[in-house]
Design a protein around this ligand. Sequence first.
Ligand code: CAA
Length: 250
Amino acid sequence: MSVTAGRDGAVAVVTIDRQDALNALNVETLTELRDRLRELAADDSAQVVVLTGAGDRAFVAGADIKYMSGLGADEAKEWGALGHEAARLLEEMPKPTIAAINGFALGGGCELALGCDLRYASSRARLGQPEIDLGIVPGWGGTQRLARICGLGVAKDLIFTGRMVEAEEALRIGLVSAIADPVLDHSIEVAQKLAAKSPVALGVAKRLLNLSPGALDREAEEFGDLFATEDAKEGLAAFAEKRAPRFVGR
Ligand code: CAA
């Protein structure tokens, strides 16, 4: 099992553990994550959910690029839909969700964090949407949620350039709410405070705050279409071959 769900009273802690790939998500890990989140969404005894990555290097370094390099457009749409489902569960389950960002949160990792209601970072965390350098775009909600949370200007900066931000900048641009070490302890502490509040009122507050979620369906579709381009095949292959991509514009 690469995704475990532990308990601290009414607080559930979900840990993604695939450390040899910096917790990047392949089909098996992402499916397990989706399944754990579904269970927790339906479990009234879990009042707050904390999501984190195992080890001290990564929250999640993204979708598994080596897996994605073999995908055609239709398969990429299914893959995008699975990631969207996990992020949507975090965003919509009727209880607060918290990302404890203990290292790299890149691409799909940043997008899962954006699906959470609250984000806290360790001082070593690095966040970003580097998909552009692979010849693709964020495909698990990033084009919509990053703009909604940090504003359109910040989202265009991060998504066009693909640059990573350190914890301090992430705090300044509103991508995380606080920097804390150890970040999991801080996240559990906040989660315990939330667990003492009315779950009914929290659920209604969350639902109201989430109204008008943007054009998520459109993103899933166009993310998949990009996998039919030469640039996506080149960008994804170049990562595995540890070389710079040569984009041709089609
Ligand atoms: N997919 C697959 N494998 C990954 C990975 C990923 N996203 N991120 C890291 N790994 C693997 C590396 O290939 C490496 O494996 P090997 O030892 O077998 O070569 C291992 O994890 C350790 O990584 P590095 O040696 O690269 O570690 P580093 O410290 O030199 O660099 C890093 C760390 C900057 C995070 C670098 O690994 C990196 O750039 N990773 C890719 C980040 C990325 O582009 N994420 C976005 C993916 S696309 C996406 O998520 C699409 C979407 O919207 C759904």
